[in-house]
Design a protein around this ligand. Structure first.
Ligand code: MCA
Length: 524
């Protein structure tokens, strides 16, 4: 099974139906199909071969969907880059993923053109295509459509890599998670089954398509079933309620920050929205139980919380029927097996014992791009014959994926996440690895040491705060440091506060005791 086959019910069998709305325009499935074939042919004519990376640096738009379809149809690897990323972050992905083509809007030339021209000097095959240039004239399109042959996708198996999704690591540099066609197909199929999605649904989609939440959950379930979707360029808190009233979706996938924003909805309007809605799902960050309760009071719906990761797509979900337990992420989704184990010994733990959450299934990625060491470390070793270790060889995979999340399973099977083994801040559903920000700031003049910690925020969940130790020889200009962060880091990674500190608290091993820094922030 592969993605083109998964999408056949829409792209072929519902070809003449309008499947998508974007910025007031409607798109039929055959239009998307034809235009994506055109892009695929252009990529093939450019000499791309299966396995080549096609990068996109795009905010949500129809072209992003068409490029995605073109890429997976022809067996290339879709490589989305977060539109909030700045030069250094993009440059790293260029160097690591080594894309053959980068698609972007003209308005991104300012940031991309210098990076591309630098790279082209050593990699002359790289192409920078502006999506504005993809729009051909109608006569050309009609001629092509007549001659159009389907793009050969028969070689694409479930093990073919479909996307390279960059996810930050504790090492400070994002790693490319290789997600296969089989991973995405398994994810879409299990969500459709678990959340009772049908062709009668209507999806309002404001999530960015450069992350697997928007891509795997939103785009793929839509293309698999062919229901009506309205895509938004982004979540705009000023106009989102109008969008809900106007489009009357039955399904909504959001991050907790979006639900916090929705609590500002006037009660009468919230009730109306709730009446036409079937299912609100939340993920990408923990949903506070208080938000779930307030939302229930206002909209008359219990938000269904689920848990996923870029490396595994969706793992666990509260049930559609049955108790949606506040604070819990529910049970393993169909086809996913989960367990809790001791992170040091990998010994399986029982109910109510706290340990690392491990998962296994057709949803789990095939490894990190060109990084076998990181791949090896992220899976448990092969299991012991007596079955006391979590790993096993069933299903032909090397053990279970180590999520790095700490959790517990209740005696009735519900999983609850309690923290993380690795440092990670989640702000508005975007992941921030403190080390990446620290390394960036440490390179700036006047900084002797830096430590980033997360602090609670009522809307974003958490926000980053940085403690800086000044270089005694040349103390830092804090305003310049902040400006450098704004220029060089994605906006969600920029610390919300820049604090000078005489020295960082360290333990006997010299490791920074971030818990003490976090305590200090709480007590202020
Ligand atoms: C946020 N900003 C954006 C976008 N989102 N800019 C362009 N396109 C976007 N899509 C920038 C704004 O320019 C602004 O930058 C800052 O973020 C805050 O925006 P604001 O209007 O104040 O929005 P908000 O009401 O605070 O809400 C932020 C948000 C955003 C819309 C909730 O955080 C968001 O879209 N989050 C979704 C992230 C997501 O999809 N995560 C999935 C990861 P400035 O500060 O410079 O003005 S995948 C994952 O985690 C796993 C797999 C999982 O389980 O899902």
């Amino acid at each position: 099974m592969n993605l083109p086959k998964l999408f056949e019910p829409s792209l072929r069998h519902r070809a003449h139906e309008i499947g998508l709305e974007f910025q007031g325009r409607e798109f039929r499935f055959d239009e998307l199909n034809r235009r994506s074939n055109r892009i695929a042919r252009r990529l093939l004519a450019e000499g791309l071969v299966p396995g080549d990376r096609v990068a996109v640096y795009l905010k949500n738009c129809v072209e992003l969907i068409e490029i995605f379809l073109a890429t997976v149809k022809a067996g290339f690897i879709f490589t989305p880059i977060n539109i909030l990323y700045r030069e250094g972050e993009i440059e790293h992905i260029f160097a690591d993923a080594d894309p053959r083509v980068i698609f972007a809007h003209r308005e991104s030339d300012e940031i991309l053109a210098p990076l591309v021209s630098m790279r082209i000097a050593r990699h002359p095959q790289l192409r920078h295509w502006r999506v504005e240039e993809l729009i051909g004239n109608e006569a050309e399109e009609a001629k092509e459509a007549k001659e159009a042959k389907e793009i050969p996708s028969s070689q694409i198996t479930s093990d073919t890599v479909a996307a390279l999704v960059y996810t930050s690591g504790t090492t400070g540099r994002p790693k490319g998670a290789m997600l296969t066609h089989g991973n995405f197909v398994a994810n879409a199929e299990s969500l459709i089954a678990a959340w009772r999605m049908t062709t009668d649904d209507r999806l309002l989609l404001p999530l960015p398509l450069f992350h697997v939440h928007g891509l795997g959950n939103g785009l793929h379930t839509w293309l698999a079933l062919g229901f009506q979707t309205r895509l938004l360029e982004r979540f705009d808190k000023e106009t989102f309620i109008e969008q809900l009233l106007d489009f009357k979706p039955t399904v909504f996938f959001g991050v907790p920050t979006m639900y916090v924003r929705l609590l500002e909805t006037p009660p009468e309007i919230a009730r109306r929205i709730g009446q036409s809605m079937r299912l609100f799902v939340s993920g990408s960050a923990p949903l506070p139980a208080a938000i779930l309760e307030q939302f229930r009071g206002l909209f008359g719906h219990v938000i269904l919380e689920r848990y996923g990761m870029s490396e595994t797509l969706m793992n666990l979900s509260n049930p559609y029927d049955g108790e949606r337990r506040p604070g819990s992420v529910g049970y393993p989704l169909p086809g996913v097996s989960a367990c809790i184990c001791d992170p040091a010994s990998e010994r399986l733990l029982g109910d109510n014992e706290v340990g690392e959450v491990l998962v296994k299934g057709a949803n789990v990625f095939s490894g990190y791009w060109r990084n076998p060491d990181a791949t090896r470390e992220s899976f448990t070793k092969e299991g012991d014959k007596d079955g006391t270790k979590a790993g096993d060889k069933e299903g032909g995979r090397e053990g279970y994926f180590r999520t790095g999340d700490v959790g517990v399973r209740s005696s009735d099977g519900y999983y609850t996440l309690q923290g993380r083994l690795r440092e990670l801040i989640i702000s508005g559903g975007f992941n921030i690895y403190p080390r990446e920000v620290e390394e960036f700031v440490m390179k700036l003049p006047g900084v002797a040491a830096a430590a980033v910690v997360g602090t609670a925020d009522p809307v974003k969940g958490e926000v980053p705060v940085i403690f800086i130790v000044a270089d005694p020889q040349s103390p830092p200009d804090m305003a310049a440091i902040e400006a450098a962060c704004r220029k060089g880091l994605a906006s969600f990674k920029v610390p919300k506060r820049f604090l000078l500190i005489d020295e960082l608290p360290r333990n006997a091993m010299g490791k920074v005791q971030k818990n003490l820094l976090a305590d200090r922030l709480r007590s202020q």
